[in-house]
Design a protein around this ligand. Structure first.
Ligand SMILES: C[S@@+](CC[C@H](N)C(=O)[O-])C[C@H]1O[C@@H](n2cnc3c(N)ncnc32)[C@H](O)[C@@H]1O
Length: 223
């Protein structure tokens, strides 16, 4: 199936609400588990979450590793409203968590270089994947840990629809449509390997970790 891009930002109120209310506990917890397994020594320092949406992964990371400062950036004010509300409910994290409204490319970040750059389900939203890999390289310090999880594109539209039916049968229609659009906009593993090579990141590992997710991990080379 050819890639079909979808709108980059999720900035419509109904869309952001449906996404923020959906239960992503299982994949988000898995994401944090991958971070802990891949980077057991990263107990302190700074982490940037690109395309943090409603901020669930930011809050989970900050909760799990009390020595980390975790920043999340997203271009959607509608999404960040939910992130701020959740942060409000966890005042103990307040000093270590910050959400930033900013559009990639070109967003201004609070720190010049992060010890880790993570992202879940942003890459497929970007029409130009180079924007994503440039942002990763620019935000991370040399040697920074990188962990990216995303969907990968199924072989056919019918296969994409079957995944939506299997995992989002009871979700609101707006979320089901977004999920289908995301699967059709996602990259195949070999396309991502080519992107990594073009950005000098060919030492990174790309592996499928479920019937719809892939995981990309590595350490940034010197700038
Ligand atoms: C599918 S959501 C993922 C949210 C979050 N990472 C999660 O796992 O729940 C993708 C997010 O990327 C944001 N986004 C898309 N394109 C962007 C861009 N060019 N700059 C900043 N954020 C962007 C969207 O607004 C949306 O909140």
């Amino acid at each position: 199936m050819q890639r079909i891009t979808e709108p980059e930002l999720m900035d419509e109120a109904e869309q952001a609400l449906a996404y923020a209310m959906a239960d992503f506990a299982e994949p988000n917890e898995r994401f944090v588990g991958y971070f802990e397994t891949e980077f057991p020594d990263l107990q302190t320092g700074s982490v940037l979450d690109l395309g943090c949406g409603p901020g669930d992964i930011v809050l989970r990371l900050a909760t799990r590793r009390a020595g980390l400062t975790v920043h999340g950036i997203d271009g959607s004010a509608a999404m960040l409203r939910f992130a701020s509300e959740s942060l409000h409910e966890s005042p103990e994290l307040g000093g270590r968590v910050q959400f930033i409204e900013g559009l990639l490319p070109g967003a201004t970040l609070p720190l010049p270089a992060y010890d880790a750059v993570v992202s879940n389900s942003l890459l497929h939203h970007l029409h130009d994947p180079d924007v994503f890999w440039r942002a990763v390289r620019e935000a991370g310090a040399p040697g920074a840990a990188v962990l990216v999880m995303d969907l990968f594109r199924p072989e056919s539209a019918a296969a994409a629809q079957a995944i939506v039916d299997q995992y989002a049968a009871n979700e609101p229609e707006v979320l089901r449509l977004d999920f289908l659009a995301s699967l059709c906009a996602a990259f195949e593993p070999d396309e991502i390997r080519a992107q990594l090579q073009a950005h000098g990141l060919d030492g990174f590992s790309v592996r499928t970790v479920s019937d719809r997710h892939l995981l990309i991990t590595g350490r940034l080379p010197p700038r």
